[in-house]
Design a binder for this molecule. Sequence first.
Ligand code: UD1
Length: 316
Amino acid sequence: MASFLVTGGAGFIGSHLVTQLIHRGHTVRVVDNLITGKRRNLDHVSGVEFVEGDLADIGVATRAVEGMDYVLHQAAIPSVPRSVKDPISSNRANIDASVNVLVAARDAGVKRLVYAGSSAAYGDTPTLPKREDMPTNPLSPYALQKLVSEQYGQLFTQLYGFETVTIRYFNVFGPRQDPGSPYSGVISLFASALLEGRQPVIYGDGEQTRDFTYVANVVDGVLRAVETPKASGHVINVATGGRISLNALLRAMNKIVGTNLQPIYQEPRAGDVRDSQADITKAKTLLGYTPIVSLEEGLEKTLEWCRTESTAGSRR
Ligand code: UD1
């Protein structure tokens, strides 16, 4: 059994990693500044050490990594439009904190750090699906910040021999993704609109596409990146390998919920990528990864969770 620090462990993806680590019998510490994370995302697991703190403060980062075998660095402000509006706080969360965690983890003798990278790094490069060796073209401060931190990780591996792996996430969705902000992930926003009988908003013509990935697939990919010795120094896409337009996504979700709510179309968002789809060959060959939950199954599970949550919410 090993000890893991999950930064951003009270967030959506982080909390799923924590759940799986505890399930496997590991020791888990979470550090989270609760800007986008929520303490209640960890209510269902016991035995987690929780530290509230901001990793952009090097003292917090140094204390957080103490005694840890592995670091899963998930903490971020994970929104494209939020970074367009406020690049400074986004930079602090997405780059300053990452450099602190890398330095602290290297100095504490951590065995490996796995970083939550983003497919946003590819931007609008013309070829689909996106392979890891293709050029990057960040279109927003968020995309650039994710790419810079990923490259910091690779540099730390080359320069200091500190093991890092970046997993590039593609539009992750699932239970506990919070629809509470206009910056929330589109599936959570569509789900809450449909369940409340509201028309969802689509920015642009709705023909932009995404490789929506159910969170259990990402958890599996990240934990494989911890366990696979030869993955060190690599950047690896983890996704399902398909893509769907927002219009088609909304039709699929309307069908599951049993509604027929039409979207309100608004101006496209600045910094938005048009199409995103992963080539997952590298994850398959290097990590032995294969998607375990399809988009359709993931949507069913997510909407089921949202239904339960809204019933529980109305009882509270
Ligand atoms: C998402 C993630 C980002 C991650 C990236 C990886 C979120 C909030 N963002 O970015 O952290 O690194 O995937 O690829 O999870 N849209 C609507 N209506 C809405 C909200 C969004 O039409 O109410 C559109 C957006 O304009 C965009 C698409 O849906 O075209 C997806 O948006 P969003 O869920 O915010 O994710 P990304 O920007 O793709």
